[in-house]
Design a protein. Structure first.
Length: 210
């Protein structure tokens, strides 16, 4: 029996963690502020959204991210043309931009989002995984933050929240979510590269003239 593809296992486990993280965030919010008076979410704090709207937006967000994870897990990078001599960085560059890039140029393009990728299938797969990890990391950070601030009174966490915020909204969840998204980018390229190098007898190679 063939082993499950790594991307399928990653997508499935991320989906389960995503659901658990959103439930944990909502449950801790209800525990500490059932009337939502201490909720910093702009939808609640600025727009006055109640529980019905908060649950509806969370459901839409969860379904959208799950759809991205499904796309990531059910598609592959099999059509990417590359040469094994280009290594992992060359594979990553060809997967998104159709050309081998140096590590510095690839990282710069990923950070600036310019120029735009040429392979939108692989870009959407990458976004599906990275957005999933971002929401997972930020969800569990938000749940942890409620307990750290209001139950455990962790001084170091409370200092971080006071120093990293926009208005009443703490930035820790966003920053840790971005860290999770960055880690997902690494996981994406490492697993795709390993899968590509493990395909026996499959034709690879850069397009002619490059």
């Amino acid at each position: 029996m063939a082993l499950m593809k790594p991307r399928i296992a990653i997508a499935a486990s991320t989906g389960l963690l995503l659901i658990a993280g959103r439930i944990a965030d909502l449950a801790t919010t209800f525990h500490f502020t059932p009337n939502l008076r201490r909720e910093a979410n702009p939808l609640v704090h600025n727009l006055g959204m109640g529980w019905n709207g908060l649950l509806a937006t969370n459901l839409c967000l969860t379904l959208l991210v799950l759809a991205g994870l499904y796309y990531y897990g059910t598609r592959s990078s099999r059509e990417v043309e590359w040469s094994p001599s280009e290594g992992a960085w060359g594979f990553a560059g060809r997967a998104l931009y159709g050309q081998a890039l140096s590590p510095g140029r690839l990282i710069l393009r990923l950070l600036t989002c310019w120029p735009l990728p040429r392979n939108w299938k692989q870009t959407l797969r990458l976004l599906g995984l990275s957005c999933g990890w971002m929401v997972v990391f930020s969800s569990f950070t938000a749940a942890f933050g409620w307990w750290a601030n209001h139950a455990w009174k962790l001084a170091w966490w409370m200092r971080l929240n006071r120093s990293l915020h926009i208005g009443v909204y703490p930035l820790m969840g966003i920053l840790i979510g971005l860290l999770g998204g960055a880690l997902a980018v690494v996981v994406f390229f490492v697993t795709e590269y390993r899968e590509a190098t493990a395909r026996p007898g499959e034709k690879t190679g850069a397009p002619a003239g490059e």
